[in-house]
Design a protein around this ligand. Structure first.
Ligand code: ADP
Ligand code: MG
Length: 698
């Protein structure tokens, strides 16, 4: 059968090579299939034509039919605007353009009939429609029955005659040329069981729905399919891996662990730490490879859990490795762990990019002989040259900064894959975790060590610096330390650094009696290290920094976190930054400084921060406010998070539902052998090729 869907879009009548080229470049649309999967982002009901005397100011859109009485132009240069007085006999509205004036006057004629579509506003006592859609009645027939689709377009597309209405016309034309129904991508039994629309109907109705009900059904079908195949891929892979890979068995907990527990542990474990350790203990003993995600808010004591898990590996004759995202953090872990293991005769080494070759050699040798038992480092530990005698456990701290590919490289260091414990302080909402790491088990530390006071968070406008500095001075006089953080965004890096410098000098002037240090990502590592050290040692009382301090730094004496331009940070990031204080027994403060004028969603973000310290609540809110694509951790994770229609933030329930459906299929058809499911595995293979490499997500 000839499959039109796989044809190159440029051969389709009504498209042609020039438009195809723009579609390739702007939207990565190459085939007819790609094109018909480019879905509208909204729909507007254009089934009804209004009379001008019916318009009221609250209508989001209006559609009118009438004639242009005449054109008039006002203003000069950039202020220029063109007005067309438009009437249908029941009244007059003004159509207004600020751009493309020549084009408008040459294209639209006085006294001819047009359909006007746009958003009405009131200006000078009259209704206005700015930059309306204007069509001849006969041109509109194809696409305006029922709901009108709106497609996202770029400037280049608009210039190349691929505006949203153009796309709609093209889409209608392409769908008309597809005369045999689109090949179904879900098995019949599944469609029947879950009352889904067929693929062919769904695609046609997602573009040109005749009513809202049909649109909802089409959307449901397509979202179902999209989420379903992601889950099926993850669960299938996970099942296969469970069957294929044995894991090291850590049979016993003995001398090393017990000595540490009874003699070196500086405090009582929290209940949550104990529970998580039990979960890990169970995982590493059952003969399967562990893949566990450990979520715990900043300061909840994950390092200790990591260390004690590593000791389990050591007790069974294996080596362990801890990877951190930055050198500073790796150093800090190294120091912490060395001091925790004091007197225990365990060889711990540090491997980062700045360890000299001379120092490196004996470490590498020690890893091969097995004398080095614990290795701590940055991504330097996954380089080819680093080989272990027998690596039993890898702990990855703040994993979202490690790419998926990097994690996969761990596999090469052993015949068996090591057990993996991934730790993160960025709480990932459940729905997202399921999609990103569908086959990871999740442990949660939901309890802070005793004696911590909740951080008090306040929001202040930047015109009230006097009182802000007064409270900072009070803390400094009590011997505390203070962070002042400025945003740093790639696009505006120069301006941001200027802000930081200005802020720094401002602080020097304001607090001449205290030593101030300064840290930002553009510094040489050695210089950065030196400045950090000033703060860690307590010599510097104030640190002015960009977000480089987000992860890791642990200075329990710091009690104030001031975040400048807080409106420019995302919720999760604000929460991470706030987590730098409140690490000691004293009351800590976080002050969010913003300009006076704030957008609605910014105000919401700040309100949430002031209201709660709960990382999960914040992550959920973040997901709702920003959508998953922006969510911290997803971009850096290396997962192509390219959902066409489903929305992780809104379709959480459906995600859970399809996950159950997929789980049942994997359980009842463990060998992929039931003929009724053939289509599923074919489709999964096809998607794997074109999409995300699920196999490397673990
Ligand atoms: P995170 O989970 O953010 O990595 P850390 O492991 O750095 O947190 O722990 C934060 C602080 O809490 C450290 O100073 C650590 O020594 C301390 N800590 C960890 N566990 C406990 C505990 N059970 N009781 C008291 N303090 C603890
Ligand atoms: Mg940590």
């Amino acid at each position: 059968m000839f499959d039109l869907a796989s044809r190159d879009i440029k051969y389709i009548s009504g498209v042609g090579p020039q438009k195809a080229d723009i579609l390739n470049k702007e939207l990565k649309i190459y085939s007819v299939h790609d094109f018909i999967y480019y879905f509208p982002y909204k729909y507007v009901d254009r089934s009804r034509i209004y009379y001008i005397h019916e318009i009221d100011g609250n209508m989001p859109y209006i559609q009118l039919k009438g004639k242009i009485l005449g054109f008039e132009s006002f203003g000069e240069g950039r202020q220029r605007r063109l007005v067309a007085h438009f009437s249908d006999g029941t009244g007059v509205v003004d159509l207004v353009w600020f751009q493309g004036l020549k084009f408008i006057t040459s294209r639209y004629k006085v006294n001819e009939e047009y359909i006007v579509f746009g958003k009405p506003t009131v200006f000078g006592g009259r209704f206005n429609v700015a930059h309306p859609d204007l069509d001849k009645p006969e041109e509109l027939k194809l696409t305006t029955k029922g709901l009108q689709p709106y497609y996202n377009t770029t400037d280049k597309m608009k210039r190349g005659f691929l505006s949203s209405p153009n796309l709609a016309k093209m889409m209608a034309g392409v769908l008309q040329q597809i005369t045999t129904p689109l090949t179904e991508t879900l098995p019949d039994w599944l469609i029947a069981e879950h009352h889904l629309m067929s693929l062919d109907d769904a695609i046609r109705n997602i573009h040109f729905p005749t009513n809202p009900d049909i649109l909802r059904r089409a959307q449901h079908r397509l979202k179902f399919e999209e989420l379903f195949y992601i889950q099926l891929g993850i669960l299938r892979y996970s099942k296969d891996r469970q069957r294929k890979y044995r894991g090291f068995v850590f049979e016993k907990v003995s001398d090393i662990f017990n000595t540490f527990y009874t003699q070196n542990l500086p405090f009582q474990l929290t209940g949550a730490q104990k529970r998580v350790l039990k979960e890990i203990r169970k995982d590493v003993g059952n003969g399967r490879q562990m893949n566990r995600l450990l979520q715990g808010d900043v300061g909840s004591g994950k390092t200790l859990v990591a260390l004690m898990s590593m000791l389990m590996a050591l007790d069974n004759g294996y080596q362990a490795c801890l990877m951190a995202p930055t050198e500073i953090l790796a150093n800090q872990h190294f120091e912490t762990i060395k001091s925790l293991l004091h007197g225990m005769n365990i060889r711990v080494e540090l491997l980062t990019g700045s360890i000299t070759k001379k120092k490196r050699e004996p470490i590498l040798t020690g890893l091969i002989t097995g004398e080095v038992q614990i290795l701590i480092g940055t991504h330097a530990v996954i380089e080819e040259t680093v080989q272990f005698k027998s690596l039993g456990l890898v702990v990855i701290d703040e994993q979202h900064r490690f790419g998926v590919a990097q994690r996969a490289r761990l596999w090469n260091k052993n015949i068996y894959p090591p057990h993996v414990l991934v730790m993160t302080a960025t709480p990932i909402p459940r729905t997202l975790a399921m999609t990103l790491y569908g086959d990871l088990e999740v442990s949660i530390i939901d309890e802070l060590p005793p004696g911590r006071k909740p951080i008090a968070t306040m929001h202040q406008f930047d015109n009230r610096r006097e009182s802000l500095y007064a409270s900072v001075r009070k803390q400094l006089q009590e011997g505390r330390q203070v962070y002042i953080v400025y945003p740093l965004i790639k696009e505006s890096e120069k301006i941001d650094l200027k802000n930081l410098e200005e802020g720094y000098y401002h602080i020097l002037e304001e607090f001449p009696e205290y030593k101030v240090c300064k840290v930002h990502g553009k510094m040489k590592p050695a210089e950065k290290e030196e400045q950090m050290q000033l703060f860690v040692s307590g010599e510097a009382k104030i640190m002015v920094a960009t977000t480089v301090i987000e992860v890791g730094v642990n200075v329990p004496n710091a009690s104030v976190m001031i975040i400048e331009n807080a409106e420019r940070f995302g919720l999760s990031q604000l929460h991470q930054l706030r987590g730098r204080v409140g690490r000691g027994a004293d009351q800590s403060y976080c002050i969010l400084v913003t300009t006076y004028k704030l957008a609605e969603d910014t105000r919401k973000r700040l309100e949430i921060m002031v209201r709660t310290n709960d990382g999960f609540e914040i992550a959920e809110a973040d997901l709702k406010l920003r959508g998953p694509g922006d969510l911290e951790g997803t971009q850096q994770s290396g997962v192509a998070f390219d959902l066409k229609i489903a929305d992780i933030a809104r379709d959480g329930q459906l995600l859970q539902y399809v996950r159950d459906v997929a789980q049942k299929i994997v359980d009842t058809d463990p060998e992929n052998s039931l003929p009724q499911n053939d289509i599923l595995w074919q489709q999964l293979r096809a998607l794997r090729k074109s999409n995300v490499n699920w196999a490397s997500i673990s």
